[in-house]
Ligand binder design. Sequence first.
Ligand code: COA
Length: 260
Amino acid sequence: MNYKTLLLEIKDHVAIVTINRPDKLNALNAQTINDLDSVFDELKINNDVYIIIITGSGEKAFVAGADISELNKLDVVSAKEFSEKGQAVFNKIEKSDKPVIAAVNGFALGGGCELALACHIRFASETVKFGQPEVNLGIIPGYGGTQRLARLINTGRATEYILTADMIDTNEAHRIGLVNKVYPANELIENALVMANKIAAKGQQAIRYAMKSIRAVNEVSLKEGQNLEASLFALCCGTEDFKEGTSAFLEKRKPVFKNK
Ligand code: COA
C-alpha cells in the first residue's frame, strides 16, 4: 500500500517506515497519524515482516511534534478526540508483537518523543534532541508522554523535562536510559538494521512471546506477569523452533528456525 506521508521499504524480513514530511520536520498531522495506524495494520498481517524500524526523513528531524498548525484549531471536544486517536495509534505500536526499533535521527519533540517512547528499542544519532515542549504552547503531552516518559526515565526526571520543556541531548538521553545506543548519524540506520537482522535470525515465535511477556510489565502485577511468562514459556516448548533450537545446541550446529 502507498502512504501519503510515509515511505515503506521491506527487505529481508525488516520493514523500514520513514515519516516523510521533511519540509515540516516530519511533524505529525492527522494524515500521518492515520498513515501510521494503517501501516501498522499492514505490517501486523504481513508474515514476511519480523521487525520494524521507524525513522524520519531528512537529516534534521525524527519528528518535531504534532503539527502545530492543526493543534492551533483544536477545541475542547476535538482535542479529546485528537489525543485519544494519537494514543490509540501509539498503543498499537507499543502492543506490536513484532519488535519496533526507533532510529531517532534528529529532533524528537512532543509527539516525536512520544512516538519514540512507544517503540520498544531506541537508537539515536549523536546530535538528537528529545523533549516534551508542549507547555511552551499552553498544553501538556497528549500522546502518552506523561505516562511513558515517567515510566521509562522515572517520575522525577519526567516531571522536570515536561515542566521546563528543556531539551535532552543524546548523551543525557543515553545516561538516563531514554535511548539504548548512540551512533554517528551516517551509521544509525545501518546499526538499527544490524540489530533487526540479529533479531530476525531467531525463532520468531519465541521473539513474539518474549514481546508479549515483557509488555505485561506495565500492565499487570508481578504475580500475573510471572503467570503469563510461565504460560508463554510453556507455549514455546510446543513449537518446532524449540525442538530445533535445543537439538541444534546439543548437536553442536547452528539452528535453522522455521518460525513454527
Ligand atoms: N508543527 C508544524 N510545523 C512544524 C513543526 C511542528 N511541530 N515543527 C517544525 N515545523 C515547520 C516549521 O514551521 C517550518 O515550516 P516553514 O518552513 O513552512 O515555516 C519548518 O518545519 C522548519 O522548521 P523551523 O522552525 O524553521 O526549523 P528550525 O531549525 O529553526 O527549528 C525546531 C527547529 C524543531 C526547534 C522548531 O521547528 C520547533 O520548535 N518546532 C516545534 C517543536 C514543538 O513545539 N513540538 C511540539 C508540538 S506539540
